[in-house]
Structure formats: structure tokens, C-alpha cells
Design a protein around this ligand. Structure first.
Ligand code: PSU
Ligand code: MN
Length: 302
């Protein structure tokens, strides 16, 4: 593993560090907004008093923290592999390059000793999973890897009630931040209640440590609603999501290609507005994750 010097120093001194994923850069957003956002997210983490560690596999090395030229090369690259839990070891063993999903970023964070991770939205149970069996490896990762993931809930392209059921089965605490409703990525309210609610970063940090003290494996999902000014209301995004899903089905899009296809299509159908919302919520999540990381550092000193 290549841990960037800035990240290694912060970890050694028990200063706050926030892990960031790279699939959102390579598969989640178009060029050049992907690079601009990746940089802005790192800046947001820094401004909030933590060190960012963007994860990726480059030339067979698992990297925690990317130098600016590496970040740019990744953002510009085409046909980069999307590496989830199943792909990580094979990519490393064959000297490959790829972007990490939520699941594999959690694995990298655990290996580096990073407890908090900020992203946009997690993968989940896809609609029609009763036929396709398409359930993101992100959910089982949350059940087994001890990292707190700050996301804006799960995307409305998924089956959200089933996603919450699978998380409950896996013993994953799903914590809405500052509200009772489970957020749905572009919208603040999915229409579903979140199982848990917390109103401060300190409570989230304490719960993270308490799980470890109890010997419970797995992490926590913090569902942080998109800022009001940037949200796309549920009623507005729903027909667009339905249309993108219907087109994906017609085209026979399956497996790993589903999430990137839907995000791209929704971007087109909203004339870029979904991307503005996506950028705003990732920045918002980076800020909260940095605050949680600071609280975790403070607890370590107790
Ligand atoms: N959320 C976003 N953009 C993304 C993803 C999530 O806003 O690009 C990516 C994450 O890396 C997540 C992955 O882990 O999609 C889920 O893919 P799948 O459903 O194939 O497991
Ligand atoms: Mn899938």
C-alpha cells in the first residue's frame, strides 16, 4: 500500500483523516467536473481541519492519498476499471489500475487505519432485485468493515425500502443526520423514516467507538441530507429516474454498468442539474466527515 506522506504523518499523530473514493471520479461524474469536484472535496476536508485520503489502485499499488498529477490522470483516463471488493486483489496482483467503490474504499481505509469516509451515495438493492439479484457489495461491506461512511443516503434509482432491510439484516446502524427521514440522494426526504437519528458529529464518533468496544464488526452509515438550496424534490426526480431505468432495461444494461449508466442518463435528462446537486451533497458530506474525524481524534486523546 502507498500511503501519501501527508496521510501517514496525520495517522501517526492521530490527527483527523477522511477517506474518499475514486469511482465517483471515474464513473460517477463527467470530465471536467469530476476533477473539479475531486479537488473541491479534498479542499473541503482540509478547510474543516482533516487530511483527505483519496483511494485508488495505480499500477498495482493500493494508494491512500493521491498527488495532484495522479488525481488528474485518473480523472482524465478512459476505461478505468471499477473495483469493488471482488476485484481489488486481482487488480493489485496483476499490476492494474482502477477506481475504488464504496466497498473497496472501506477496505483500503481499514488497512490504512482511517475510520471515516465521505462519498455521495452508497450502492444498494436495485429495483427488480427479486429477479436480477443485483445488490451492491457496499451493503455487505458496511456489515463487516469498521468504517463510518457519510453519504446522502442511497440513490432514488434503487429500491430504498429493500436497501434499508438489507442494512438492518447486516446489523448496520443507519443514522440520519439532523432529521428523522432517510434522505434519497438528490432529495432530502425519501418518504421513509431512518432507523436512527443523530444531531452532532460527536454522537456519531462516540457510536463508532462504542461499536468497536462491543466487539461488533462493521461500520455505520451516516445519511446526511443534501442542503435545501441544492435539492431536487422527490416528485421532480422520480419520473426522470423511471425513464432512465426503463431505458437501461431496454438496452440490457446489467452488472457494474448499471449505476454509471443511470447517473449519466439522469445527468442528460436533468440538463446537468443532477450533477450540481451531486457536487453539493458530496461537499456537504466531506464537511461532516471531517467533523466526525476530528471528534474521533479528540476521543483518542481521552
Ligand atoms: N454514488 C455516487 N456516484 C457513484 C457511486 C455512488 O453518487 O459513482 C458509485 C460508488 O463508488 C458506489 C458504486 O460504491 O457506485 C456502487 O456501484 P454498484 O451499484 O455497482 O455496487
Ligand atoms: Mn450491482
Amino acid at each position: 500500500m502507498d500511503i501519501a506522506p501527508e496521510v501517514a504523518e496525520a495517522l501517526a499523530a492521530r490527527r483527523p483523516v477522511v477517506a474518499l473514493e475514486s469511482t465517483i471520479i471515474t464513473h460517477g461524474m463527467p470530465w471536467p467536473q469530476n476533477l473539479e469536484t475531486a479537488r473541491a472535496v479534498e479542499d473541503a476536508v482540509r478547510e474543516a481541519g482533516a487530511v483527505p485520503a483519496t483511494m485508488a489502485v495505480i499500477g498495482g499499488r493500493l494508494c491512500a492519498g493521491l498527488a495532484p498529477e495522479r488525481l488528474e490522470a485518473l480523472a482524465q483516463a478512459r476505461d478505468v476499471a471499477k473495483l469493488s471488493r471482488a476485484d481489488l486483489a486481482a487488480c493489485l496482483a496483476t499490476g492494474g489500475t482502477g477506481a475504488t467503490t464504496v466497498a473497496s474504499t472501506m477496505i483500503a481505509a481499514r488497512l490504512a487505519g482511517i475510520e471515516v469516509f465521505a462519498t455521495g451515495g452508497i450502492g444498494g438493492v436495485h429495483r427488480g432485485a427479486e429477479d436480477s439479484f443485483d445488490i451492491s457489495a457496499d451493503l455487505s461491506e458496511l456489515a463487516q468493515t469498521p468504517v463510518t461512511v457519510v453519504a446522502a443516503g442511497a440513490k432514488a434509482i434503487l429500491d430504498l425500502p429493500k436497501t434499508l432491510e438489507v442494512l438492518e439484516t447486516g446489523g448496520v446502524p443507519v443514522i440520519a443526520y439532523g432529521q428523522d427521514a432517510f434522505p434519497a440522494f438528490w432529495s432530502r426526504d425519501s418518504g421513509l423514516a431512518a432507523p436512527l437519528r443523530m444531531d452532532t458529529a460527536q454522537e456519531i464518533a462516540r457510536a463508532h467507538r462504542m461499536r468497536a468496544a462491543l466487539g461488533l464488526p462493521g461500520g455505520q452509515l451516516v445519511a446526511n441530507p443534501v442542503p435545501e438550496a441544492d435539492e431536487i424534490a422527490r416528485g421532480e426526480i422520480a419520473p426522470i429516474v423511471d425513464r432512465a431505468l426503463a431505458e437501461a432495461a431496454e438496452k440490457g444494461i446489467a452488472g457494474k454498468a448499471v449505476t454509471p449508466y443511470l447517473l449519466g442518463r439522469i445527468f442528460e435528462l436533468t440538463e446537468g442539474r443532477s450533477l450540481q446537486t451531486n457536487i453539493a451533497l458530496v461537499l456537504n458530506n466531506a464537511q461532516l466527515a471531517a467533523r466526525v474525524a476530528r471528534e474521533l481524534s479528540a476521543l483518542a486523546g481521552d
